[in-house]
Design a protein around this ligand. Structure first.
Ligand SMILES: Cc1cc2nc3c(=O)[nH]c(=O)nc-3n(C[C@H](O)[C@H](O)[C@H](O)COP(=O)(O)OP(=O)(O)OC[C@H]3O[C@@H](n4cnc5c(N)ncnc54)[C@H](O)[C@@H]3O)c2cc1C
Length: 479
């Protein structure tokens, strides 16, 4: 007879493993199934985020930034380095070690919380809400389990480029997905990147800092269209000055693969262009990962774009079957997946789990970093909402000057009448951390005056946040 659980989670990415831990904390007998393996066949829970996404990209961004600082910024501090070199193999090995530490951390957390982990591919094998859902596991942890509630958290996979009529398959030798982009064995001389989104900009930055000539080809005519225009404009200025060649409004018409990769494209004016690269990263978005679920066996409904169809509470069309994270609608971000995981576990327990999409922060870990929460100026204008804006540049922040990191600014947008904060937008040093203040403020319904009246440590980057809030009322103290 198959073992029965209260909750079974399929997928142990940030959505799935957090959902499993929260379900176990709430007293449910919980299973989590995940198929990701290390090269030697061991379980590697953590999903895309831990294995080939958030974590390894940040490890390489840190290593490459250290290298760039040592080569360029240290001299300003009076520090000279003779014979600076980079050992890519060692850098990649360090990145892999950071990933393993995170995999091991999740294995430990499962044990600590008494979550039963099954290493393998889970798929629906029948059942009903009344009798429980049956899940078949194939792989090292093979077997069948039954569960009263199932949380689908199978994530996403990279979208394949279609050039003209032909699909350009990933080979992770010349045509790289995010996995390949994080494992290039030596610095390519010419690196092409298709897609100027978060992943393209982060990966392009890593390899540019290490010495590659990087060209980014983007289909959209505007740069970072989802960001506030003022931030996007500043980012464009900084990134192009750093040496990233970014071409907008491009239509890829063909890709030829030989010793090198040649990309044929038409530019904004429709003129035919071509460029050759030693490696090509394709980062044009991600698609939901549902193929292995055997959704048809139970009639689990997918939407027209292939995502598992859910309502705003992550309920699917099947009673007691839920879905969270990248496999459902919404921003493909690890923290959104995690929060949905917590909320669903709490809903199963009869509590009122909630995720506020309006306060989900966005971060791009380039240098300078970019971060935002809430609405942009262009969104407020389009919605006809009257607002006041306050901006403060890092050039006027003492800590930023001491760090030698004065690029960028913080900006608040506040309702013109009530002063309630509607958005915070930032480009500059460690804004991935500073954005948390904007998120907290918005969650608590704060006004810009609230931030302006809070004591911020001196000297700190957070003083730029306070000053931007003061700027909403046109009364900065240090500008
Ligand atoms: C290069 C890169 C950098 C990124 N950086 C960031 C970042 O800095 N911050 C951020 O918030 N987001 C980042 N993301 C996005 C983030 O990784 C995803 O939003 C997040 O991983 C989604 O979590 P998830 O749990 O929904 O799915 P995933 O992390 O994709 O996990 C799903 C898991 O389910 C497994 N699985 C799938 N089908 C089955 C099955 N049938 N049976 C068993 N297991 C199955 C998969 O193998 C995988 O382990 C990045 C993504 C990439 C590619």
């Amino acid at each position: 007879m198959s073992e029965s659980f209260d909750v079974a989670v399929i997928g142990a990415g940030p959505g799935g493993y957090i959902a499993a831990i929260r379900a176990a904390q709430l007293g449910f007998k919980t299973a989590c199934i995940d198929d990701w393996s290390t090269t030697d066949g061991k379980p590697a829970p953590g999903g895309t985020c831990t294995n080939v996404g958030c974590i390894p990209s940040k490890a390489l961004l840190q290593s490459s930034e250290n290298y760039e600082h040592a080569g360029h910024a240290f001299a300003d501090h009076g520090i000279g380095i003779a014979g600076l070199s980079v050992d890519v193999a060692k850098m990649l090995a360090r990145k892999d070690k950071v990933v393993r530490q995170n995999n091991d951390g999740i294995v430990y957390l499962f044990k600590k919380n008494k979550v039963s982990f099954f290493h393998g591919l889970g798929s629906f094998a029948g059942g009903t809400a009344a009798e429980g859902w049956r899940i078949e596991i194939k792989g090292p942890g093979a077997g069948t389990i039954a569960a009263k509630h199932v949380i689908v958290a199978t994530g996403s996979k990279p979208r394949v480029l279609v050039a003209g009529d032909a699909a350009v398959a990933f080979d992770n030798s010349l045509i790289l997905d995010n996995d390949g982009a994080l494992s290039i064995p030596e610095v390519p001389k010419r690196l092409g990147v298709i897609g100027a989104g978060v992943i393209g900009l982060e990966m392009g930055s890593v390899w540019r800092r290490l010495g590659a000539e990087v060209t980014i080809l983007e289909a959209l005519p505007v740069f970072l269209g989802a960001a506030d225009e003022q931030v996007a404009k500043e980012a464009w200025k900084v990134f192009t000055r750093q040496g990233l060649a970014i071409r907008l409004g491009v239509t890829i018409t063909g890709v030829t693969i030989g010793k090198e990769v040649t990309v044929e494209y038409s530019d904004t004016e429709g003129a035919k262009q071509s460029a050759s690269f030693d490696k090509l990263i394709v980062s044009i978005g991600r698609v939901p990962h549902t193929a292995s679920l055997n959704a048809e066996a139970v009639g689990l409904k997918l939407d027209e774009r292939g995502f598992v169809a859910v309502d705003e509470e992550c309920r699917t069309n099947l009673a007691n079957v839920w879905a969270i994270g990248d496999v459902v609608r919404g921003p493909m971000l690890a923290h959104r997946a995690e929060e949905e995981g917590v909320a669903v576990a709490e809903r199963i327990a009869g509590q009122h789990g909630h995720v506020d999409f309006n306060t989900v922060p966005w971060v791009i870990y380039t240098s300078p970093e970019i971060a935002w929460v809430g609405q942009t100026e262009q969104q407020l204008k389009a919605a006809g909402i009257a607002y006041r804006a306050g901006t403060f540049p890092f050039t006027a922040n003492a800590r930023a000057r001491a760090m030698g990191e004065t690029r960028g600014f913080i900006k608040f947008l506040a309702d013109a009448k009530t002063d309630r904060i509607l958005g915070m937008h930032a480009i500059g040093p460690l804004v991935s951390e500073l954005i948390a203040e904007g998120v907290v403020a918005m969650e608590f319904g704060a006004a810009s005056e609230d931030i302006a009246r809070i004591v911020h440590a001196h000297p700190s980057l957070s003083e730029a946040v306070k000053e931007a809030a003061l700027a909403v009322d046109k009364r900065t103290l240090n500008l």
